[in-house]
Design a protein. Sequence first.
Length: 361
Amino acid sequence: MNLRLVRRFATLLALLATTATALAQPPAVIRIGIATGGVGTPPRTGGSTVGLVNSQGLLEQEFVKDGIQVEWIFFKGAGPAVNEALVNKQLDFAWQGDLPSIVHRAGGVKTRIIVGSGVRNGLYLGVPPDSTIAKLEDLKGKRVAVFKGTNLHLAAVRALAAKGLKESDLRLINLDTAAAQAALTTKDIDAAFGHVELFALRDKGAAKVVWSAAQDSFRYTRQTVLLVSDEFATRQPQIVQRVVDTVVKTARRYADEAQRRELFAQWGKAELPEKYWREDFTGQPLRVRLSPLLDPFLVARYKDAAGEAFALKLIRSQPEIDSWFDRRFLDAALKSQQLEGFWPEYAADGRLVGSSLAATR
């Protein structure tokens, strides 16, 4: 046999062995990006099962025996800041809303959506206490704040479009959460789209809440999920599975209605008092709001968001959505924890698929 070929073959075998070893080697640290600034030291956030996993140190407990550290990175710049970290390969996982994740997918960043966490999140419209604005249709020609580039943005645009309003029909002003609250208090704007932080302004007499997505249509609610980088999922599938297992286990624990008080007490230790989370969830089963499922309803909302983002020229090309959802880890978690069929599944149009829970609007 040709000696040169023998040496090349031996080099190739050594390279393959080295690669296999690297693939099997567990990471020293797992880096998880959170698309909110959080509060406290260390930071924590409410409103999702990922927030519960973080605040209770559940992943740290899961990986301590392996000597793997878990690093949680909170981003005050929300989804757009998470995207920058993903582009620079500074994160392995990311908890993020629909619009910013669509932006990074359209830009060629390879991730996989692996579990829902924070689906059907509320969207509200706040106005000054003496305002005559009573419904979305009254916003024509008004100065309206929204945090652009986040999942608030597209949900608000979708709701406005359903009422016959385009962005050009009003002055849509880009303000983050804190700035929008301040501008609403000083009446420098006529209205602001936001979340449960608007309840705090209302209780101070600085605003009133005149519209709720959940009371109108769940199509206008906001969706957040946990994603993993494609590279990390390929190298560390067992680690990804254990992360998803932990999120699903946590979602199951708090989906029990007997845990409702404890759930809101936990979230009340984060950005806002528990009473506001309780109000946000009024009339909604925990099995709906804490669902980890990647069901047709969630996929449809991401498809809607991708089309809307392209129409608004927020992205240059419309990304493909279906293959983005990688259900293997979630399916395995549901099977191993005997939770198949526990959470209600929703069709693309928001109707329940074989469940006794009340249908969405």
